[in-house]
Design a protein around this ligand. Structure first.
Ligand SMILES: *Cc1c(COP(=O)(O)O)cnc(C)c1O
Length: 203
């Protein structure tokens, strides 16, 4: 599903997953602004999970600790957002945005397993890994939803801004195409959900 930017791809993916205020999404602090910004844009709270020294990608052991820390509202297990205790305790963990930095994919075999065990969705931020592959699968296809950017500085740059979302689920596909055009329904002037102006420009 093409869209207007990598940031819109992430925002649309979170909207499609129904993420909003009171929800928590785990992501990394060492990435481009947009990975965490998209979470805040939909009103949710980013919970930062540190990266590992070798790859600069999400440390999967830290992800497990962060999930446990949030469940127990105990920042001694893993650092948590500095919110009033009642707000922290009320946060609902919803998903994970893992990032593939510098062309290296994150460890999705581990991340998808940990997420599934905890009822979390996984979004792959593949804005810096287009064209990479891991375990015979292409970057962008390593989690339930893959998001990429075609900003000129990225591995595949377009003439201006652009992005894309990759899914293998017809229901998500329908929802994302609707969100891309103001929540469009069957008809051009029927709007069945909240959406954005997320179209990819024609060159
Ligand atoms: C560039 C980038 C984005 C956002 O893409 P835009 O097309 O600039 O909105 C998101 N995540 C990462 C990791 C990026 O490098």
């Amino acid at each position: 599903i093409s869209c207007a930017s990598g940031t819109d791809a992430l925002v649309m993916a979170l909207m499609a997953k129904g993420v909003g205020p009171g929800d928590a999404v785990f992501t990394v602090p060492f990435t481009f602004m947009a990975s965490a910004e998209a979470i805040a844009t939909v009103g949710a709270t980013p919970v930062f999970v540190d990266v590992e020294a070798g790859s600069f990608n999400m440390d999967v052991a830290a992800l497990e600790r962060a999930i446990e820390a949030l469940a127990k509202a105990d920042a001694s297990i893993h650092p948590l957002p500095r919110l009033p205790e009642a707000e922290l305790k009320a946060l609902r963990p919803k998903g994970v945005i893992a990032v593939d930095l510098f062309g290296l994919t994150a460890d999705y075999a581990a991340i998808n397993t940990i997420a599934a065990a905890n009822g979390l969705f996984v979004i792959e931020d593949a804005a810096q890994s287009f064209g990479a592959s891991a375990n015979n699968a292409r970057a962008g296809s390593l989690a339930e939803i893959g998001c990429t950017s075609f900003f000129p500085a990225k591995p595949l740059g377009c003439y201006g801004d652009g992005g894309a979302i990759f899914v293998n689920d017809s229901e998500l596909d329908t929802i994302l195409r609707s969100i891309r055009v103001h929540g469009q329904g069957e008809d051009k002037y029927e709007n069945v959900r909240m959406g954005i102006t997320g179209r990819l420009d024609a060159v």
